[in-house]
Ligand binder design. Structure first.
Ligand SMILES: [Zn+2]
Length: 116
């Protein structure tokens, strides 16, 4: 059973020790997360087949939707901000979390198709 912490930390699904990324990425420095092809501990191959991570796009879509809904609930229903402020805050949050979303969506995708 996959541990949520391992998924969020982008650990290798096989040994739970190796890292999927050697560079986390930084939006402010325009750095995209760099993914390892194989686990540095157990040599597990992350990309099962060419185009495997295409599906992670749908996971990313789900994550972004959840973040948008969380923003709307928080800023509109709880704090009652105006619609334009809520839209700006929601878009800003998603932009700031973009590297996180990219890393975690691929991590979730790898864990979804991992079986011992
Ligand atoms: Zn590993």
């Amino acid at each position: 059973m996959a541990n949520v912490i391992d998924v969020l930390k982008c650990k290798c699904p096989n040994c739970k020790n190796g890292k999927m990324y050697n560079q986390l990425g930084n939006l402010l420095l325009f750095r995209v997360p760099k993914m390892n092809t194989h686990c540095n501990e157990c040599n597990f191959k992350f990309e099962k087949e060419p185009g495997f991570f295409f599906g992670a796009m749908f996971v990313s879509y789900a994550l972004i939707s959840a973040e948008m809904i969380a923003n709307i609930v928080l800023f509109k229903l709880i704090f009652d901000f105006s619609y334009i402020s809520v839209a700006i805050l929601a878009i800003t949050t998603v932009i700031l979390l973009s590297t996180f979303n990219l890393r975690v969506s691929r991590s979730i995708w790898v864990y979804m198709f991992y079986s011992n």
